[in-house]
Design a protein around this ligand. Structure first.
Ligand code: SAM
Length: 261
């Protein structure tokens, strides 16, 4: 890697473990007429493997210093865009491209993991699956199930659109420079059917339910009709004394649908 000075502030820990790279591409079934978005190609460790799919590939990298490592990847199906992924208008960027399914596959810059995931979801671009390298603890939160201490608003929101699975843990020694946290690869696969509910109301309600982690539902949900909420909670063997971390996506949806009747 020679003279390159990694920028810690940009989350520049480059993958150097071939076995991990192979496991990442083996976890998803991309066809030649699909489109892959890669956030943060860096020096192209993952890009090189993504090219093996011969699919359309669009990579967004904020640091122009890596251009010399990435230039050789560019061809009629591969574009590298030097921009802040958080600043682009993803929907309009890809609206004229011809592709079948859309995938996001990336070893994310960890300082903006949640903003990137939220941006992709909010862009409304119909992603078939995302395979993302994230910090191990974050993977636990994103993939958490009700009743676990890691379960929070983000686990519920992701679970609304996707089946979320933590695939495998990646030791910090797989990166250069070695970060001070371990990582994990998660897969978010689009659900075939999404439950019927007003998404905005659901997301606001879930955020309120988790507003203060240590408080119970009665305290966090004071501004709502607690009688209606309690009736539904009881159906799921829960009460207002329980905390939001016990409440499943299905239960949240049923509550929100009843509150808006
Ligand atoms: N994909 C490479 C790999 O696996 O070795 C690099 C991954 S590294 C963890 C994250 C990359 O994201 C870095 O190359 C960094 O410069 C880039 N990055 C950081 N912030 C970004 C942003 N806002 N938009 C696009 N890329 C960004």
């Amino acid at each position: 890697m020679g003279e390159f000075k990694h920028k810690h502030s940009l989350g520049q820990n480059f993958l150097k473990d071939k076995k991990v790279l192979i496991k990442i591409i083996d976890s998803v079934d991309v066809q030649e007429d699909d489109l892959i978005i890669e956030v943060g190609p860096g020096q192209g460790a993952l890009t090189k493997y993504l090219k093996l799919f011969h699919a359309n590939l669009r990579c967004y990298e904020i640091d122009t210093r890596v251009k010399k490592y990435l230039d050789s990847f560019v061809d009629e199906k591969t574009q590298i865009i030097y921009d802040d992924f958080l600043n682009i208008d993803l929907k309009s960027e890809i609206k004229d491209l011809k592709y079948n399914n859309l995938y996001v596959i990336a070893n994310l810059p960890y300082y903006i993991t949640t903003p990137i995931i939220e941006k992709i979801i909010n862009a409304n671009v119909d992603v078939k699956a995302m395979v993302l390298m994230v910090q191990n603890e974050v993977a636990d939160r994103l993939a958490a199930k009700p009743g676990s201490k890691d379960y929070g608003a983000i686990s519920v929101l992701l679970n609304y659109y996707f089946d979320v699975n933590k695939l495998f843990v990646v030791n910090r020694s797989s990166f250069e420079p070695v970060p001070n946290v371990d990582s994990a690869v998660i897969k978010l696969a689009k659900k075939e059917e999404v439950a019927k509910v007003d998404e905005k109301e659901l997301f606001n309600f879930v955020r309120d339910a988790f507003a203060m982690k240590r408080k119970n539902l009665r305290n966090n949900l004071k501004k709502y009709d607690l009688k209606i909420i309690e009736t539904i909670l009881n159906k799921y063997n829960l009460t207002l004394q329980d905390r939001a971390e016990q409440v499943s996506l299905e239960c949240f949806i049923e509550i929100v649908n009843n509150l808006s009747k």
